[in-house]
Design a protein around this ligand. Structure first.
Ligand code: SF4
Length: 193
């Protein structure tokens, strides 16, 4: 199966109740040629549901600025979500919805072959890194598993609500760590191993 066939399956999927209220499913987008980084959010919001594109609302604009702060663009990474259809009222997806949808993210990972899974928020952290993942405790920590480097940080939506600025400062530290890992992996690739 290639990415366009996978996208068609996602768009036709009725494996969980989130299909009932969606306008459009949101498979994901970005670099299709083995991007080093797969950014994983929670699920589509209102703008994403209307457009079929990930992270295009205010949180998405912040994500673009976050990536740009360490010299990355959304064309260099791939951006996807744990669930591909919008949970009503932007609630967090239920465990059974996550379970139903995760095979799509696994297939995206298999096709894209990224080295880094960068988890945005607790839902992605719990689905990918640790079922008990807590952003405030485990953000910024690298986990190496099956050839992937996994790290979680705040979801951009949480940063939009952060009045103290503390989460933003911590997220910037995580982004700098992401940049260092990209540079390290790029250097080892160029150096032949
Ligand atoms: Fe299918 Fe995922 Fe949408 Fe549920 S959220 S209907 S599993 S694509």
């Amino acid at each position: 199966m290639d990415m366009s066939e996978l996208n068609a399956r996602i768009e036709a999927c009725r494996a969980c109740g989130l299909c009932r209220n969606r306008t459009r499913a949101v498979p994901g987008e970005g670099c299709l040629e083995h991007p080093l980084v797969l950014c994983i959010g929670e699920g589509p919001g209102e703008q994403e549901d209307l457009t079929g594109r990930p992270f295009v609302g205010p949180a998405g604009q912040l994500l673009d600025r976050m990536l740009a702060s360490v010299g990355l663009s959304r064309e260099q990474v791939f951006i996807a979500n744990v669930v591909k259809c919008r949970p009503p009222g932007n609630r967090a997806p239920e465990p059974d919805e996550v379970r139903a949808c995760l095979p799509f993210l696994r297939e995206q990972t298999r096709l894209l072959r990224p080295r880094i899974l960068f988890c945005l928020g607790a839902t992605a952290g719990r689905a990918i890194i640790d079922p008990a993942f807590r952003v405030t405790r485990q953000r910024g920590l690298w986990v190496e598993r099956k050839g992937f480097y996994l790290m979680g940080t705040y979801h951009p939506s949480a940063l939009l609500r952060d009045r103290s600025g503390q989460y933003k400062r911590e997220a910037y530290e995580d982004l700098k760590a992401l940049r260092r890992k990209i540079d390290e992996l790029s250097a080892s690739t160029q150096g032949g191993g």
